[in-house]
Write a protein that binds this ligand. Sequence first.
Ligand code: ADP
Ligand code: ZN
Length: 604
Amino acid sequence: MNSPALDLLQSVFGYSSFRGQQQAVVEHLGEGGDALVLMPTGGGKSLCYQIPALIRQGTGIVVSPLIALMQDQVDALREAGVAAAYLNSSLGADDQREVERRLSAGELDLLYVAPERLLTGRFLNLLERAEVALFAIDEAHCVSQWGHDFRPEYRELSVLHERFPQVPRIALTATADPRTREEIVERLALADARQFVSSFDRPNIRYRVMLKHNPRTQLMQFLDGHRSEAGIVYALSRKKVDDTAAWLAEAGIEALPYHAGLDAATRAKNQQRFLREDGVVMVATVAFGMGIDKPDVRFVAHLDLPRSIEGYYQETGRAGRDGLPAEAWMIYGLSDVVTMSQMIAQSESADERKRVERQKLESLLAYAEATGCRRQLLLGTFGESYPGPCGHCDNCIEPPKTWDATVPAQKALSGVYRSGQRFGSGHVIDILRGEETERVRSFGHHQLSTFGVGAELDEKQWRSVFRQLLAAGLLEADAEGYGTLRLTAASRAVLSGGQTVRLREDARPVRAGRRRRDSQAIVGGSLGIEAWEQPLWDALRTLRTQLARQHGVPPYVVFHDATLLAMLRALPANEDELATISGVGEAKLKRYGRDFLAVINAAQ
Ligand code: ADP
Ligand code: ZN
């Protein structure tokens, strides 16, 4: 016999079974309990409160910090036949009153509210008189002042517990670290809430890190494997975002820029196109992405090192929310490591915070330089032990070679030391390699004992050594930003011969200027669509876009890629068969079934 929760999952959302902890959370809330849910991006947090809100009497109130995205969430629910609405500053006075009326009249299943709106005396009074099924606090890590998404209003949400003690509350976040979790429990008064902690593994994401040598060629080669797929390319500076987006657009790729320096209208327009059109590449600073729940982002590329490993995991987590194959790709090089090392040195925060920042940066560099399974390392930094190796990251697929670099490391460190710890890697490499440059002569460095002791490695190999010594904290860059290097407390053990150093052998760069053009890389893409399937796949996507336009919603609100892919493979012949496809609920079957069946039948 089916439970009401399972019935709703199938009839409203069109999914056959619950995922992971969803069912346990839904039941706990259904019984009136409080919950704290930690699930990775794409894990399926929304259903954890949407289904209980449908089961329980009254309206589910969802607090969400991102008003720009409420509308899409509400549209998606309406498409599925759920009575949903939102209240935020984007609504006119009349629309607002109408939503309030529907709330009071008990006509709404779900109401999304911005925190500042929720906290007004007027709205709280309104809630007192309405029937509330539950409170869902989305992106609950916004209470944490340590995180970069801190929202002061979130701290006042404990008022919900005080004023509505009998209404169950559920807080949700994709931020894994224990410190944030404690802060959520404390700030939102959730000490008695049951915690549901999922694995943070994202098995469908493949992780790849490459050495930066010719960023544009490398990016283009990467994008060749992801043609007409949606993705995000992250870069550090606004200028680099603008330049890269313009250059990609010139090369015929649908690329748009996004950063805080663009005016609000352009930002909104670009975000809207990314959400509503198929296959747009967003080139962005970290200003872009929070709360973007576009399910079919097929890749996230980092042209520069992210700020922390948590940031990296959040950014890459925006790929593949629909569970289909996706890729996280990053390039980095010596200059990135120097920049990071400088940031550590420059930090002016209080000691405790400084220590936290340093640890965060170090674990990021360790990730970039890792020789073992990247997934294992990532999950390890969130306190999760992954049995690994995963077999699905670059290091697992092609294990990097390592070499005993103890002697070169000693030479490098003493080269830095003997030249007075006042120079960057380029100059020290000249000394080691015995290059009598003008600069070397002018400082008399051709007379140093380390002059010419490192001729056995070429310049590129030396750069690799310096990069890895910096990443390992055996060297550090100056705080002033000149890129000069000096020894650290850890250097001594290496210099005295007490510590061996193993480094990774850098992979040979792919030759610049040659783009792979073999059909496999292009046709297959992330989803592995075969050439003979392509016409029907394109037809299904075109129909989806048309219907989405007619209904004024993003294409994925009509159906996800996963659902289209299932149609492509199962070729349903009638409505009964179509109804068995995951993602086809009753409302959508009625609304779109005939159109999709027509396209599928026409293809046979
Ligand atoms: P989160 O908020 O945790 O990032 P979402 O709630 O947006 O994740 O869900 C991620 C995707 O997975 C959505 O596209 C959603 O429709 C889908 N999904 C969630 N639960 C299920 C399920 N039980 N079966 C199939 N798909 C699901
Ligand atoms: Zn691996």
